[in-house]
Design a protein around this ligand. Structure first.
Ligand code: AMZ
Length: 399
């Protein structure tokens, strides 16, 4: 997961806005190139540079057919200066509305451009740009306000649903989007994890998250969802005000994706025989015993119980604390390697209707030990040792 320090340019200066509002500006420096050098020295692997004047009022670029003939607007000169100051790649957006604008930004040193407004107003231009420069150099900026796409420097809000635009862009060949939650941008209010992960999960697009990053906890939360196609995160306000240390964030971004979860092996006795509850998980495409990641400082059993009631909605009669299995395995999903630790406790479940509480679960089944073994062997064999431990506990071998 790549951490992108943001350099937002307004009249040549490095600024931050609150919720993109031009009237709420804080200036962080007059020399964006030295700012770029500073972030590169902290270990930045990419920069995210925004031409805010361009986003607000793209007309200034219209006359720029030939950069040799026309004086470049100040923010484009700043792009050139940043290019000369650092070696790391630059992602650049704001006010790019024509193929000539894109060509110019790439010529001036951008490695990748972000297209926002034009993706709504002229989607065929996005297709042409993809053909000409490839999906690694053209990304689409989806800036959302209450789930709807905003344009023109976020001064207007369209009726287009952000996820729908993601689907449309994916179908056109876009591979990566910058997804910004406008209400959080510049606010240090935390990232919108549910919407960001939905975008990556539902559309299959690589998502660069933006808006609201406040602290390392936000980076860690995104990191634990990397397998939802979270490709990167943009941070501005937090690194400028010091609530986030860039080098520490980059280190988290580099870590191996490690997920720890806890769950129950739910059983009930029917006509003298144990039956087990399995849920089908659409995301992992496997049958599973109900489980999930723990909340901050939550113990294993508390986590397992909470996840079970959230996912299955049934009463838990008894958790067998001395029947615990720990599974450690590596798995790969969507090309993301994940190191997993899953802890299961055997639990007896009381009667009641199953109420599936997670959108990834499409089916629940009470099955015999034999059927449980077969379903797991076929779809999630790493869970078999936990089933074996539970069976040995329930039916200890008789001597
Ligand atoms: O802060 C703002 N008001 C703002 C901003 N940061 N408005 C637009 N932008 C950014 C988008 C995207 O990266 O997040 O400018 C780019 C889109 O610009 P355009 O001109 O293509 O819509």
């Amino acid at each position: 997961m790549i951490i992108y320090p943001a350099i937002d340019l307004r009249q040549g200066r490095c600024v931050r806005l609150r919720q993109g509002n031009p009237a709420e500006e804080t200036v962080f420096g007059d020399d964006p190139a030295s700012m770029a050098r500073f972030w590169a020295e902290q270990g930045a692997e990419w920069l995210h540079v925004v031409n805010l004047d361009g986003a607000f009022n793209a007309s200034q670029l219209d006359t720029l057919q030939d950069p040799e003939l026309a004086a470049l607007p100040i923010n484009l000169r700043r792009l050139q200066e940043i290019r000369h100051a650092v070696k790391i790649p630059i992602q650049f957006g704001g006010g790019l509305r024509t193929l000539d604008d894109i060509q110019l930004a790439l010529q001036l040193g951008a490695d990748r451009v972000v297209l926002g407004t034009v993706a709504i107003e002229n989607p065929t231009l996005v297709s042409t740009a993809l053909l000409r420069w490839g999906a690694d150099r053209i990304v689409v900026g989806i800036d959302a306000r209450d789930g709807k796409v905003a344009t023109h420097g976020w001064q207007s809000t369209s009726r287009v649903d952000a996820i729908d635009l993601g689907h449309q862009m994916q179908a056109q060949g876009v591979r990566r989007v910058v997804y910004t939650d406008i209400s959080r941008d510049g606010m240090l209010s935390g990232v919108n994890l549910p919407m960001t992960t939905r975008m990556g999960d539902l559309t299959g697009l690589k998502v660069i998250a933006s808006g609201g990053v406040a602290s390392l906890a936000d980076i860690e939360a995104l990191k634990t969802h990397e397998h939802y196609n979270i490709d990167g995160v943009i941070t501005g306000q937090a690194i400028y005000t010091g609530t986030l240390n860039l080098a520490a964030a980059i280190q988290v971004g580099h870590q191996t994706l490690r997920l720890c979860s806890a769950g129950l092996i739910p059983f009930r006795i029917e006509a003298g025989n144990a039956e087990f509850l399995l849920l089908y998980n659409l995301f992992f495409e496997q049958w599973q015993f109900p489980r999930g990641g723990s909340h901050h400082n939550e113990g294993e059993i508390a986590c397992a119980r909470r996840e079970f009631s959230e996912e299955a909605g049934l009463p838990v009669r008894k958790v067998f604390k001395n029947c615990r299995s720990e599974l450690n395995y590596t798995t790969s999903i969507r090309g993301y390697e994940i190191e997993r630790t899953v802890v299961y406790y055997l639990a007896e479940i009381g009667p009641g209707e199953i109420r599936l509480g997670d959108e990834n679960h499409c089916e629940a089944r009470w099955v015999s030990a034999q059927e449980a073994w077969e379903l797991l062997a076929e779809t999630g064999p790493e869970q078999l040792p936990a089933l074996d431990t539970a069976l040995a506990f329930l039916h200890p071998p008789r001597l």
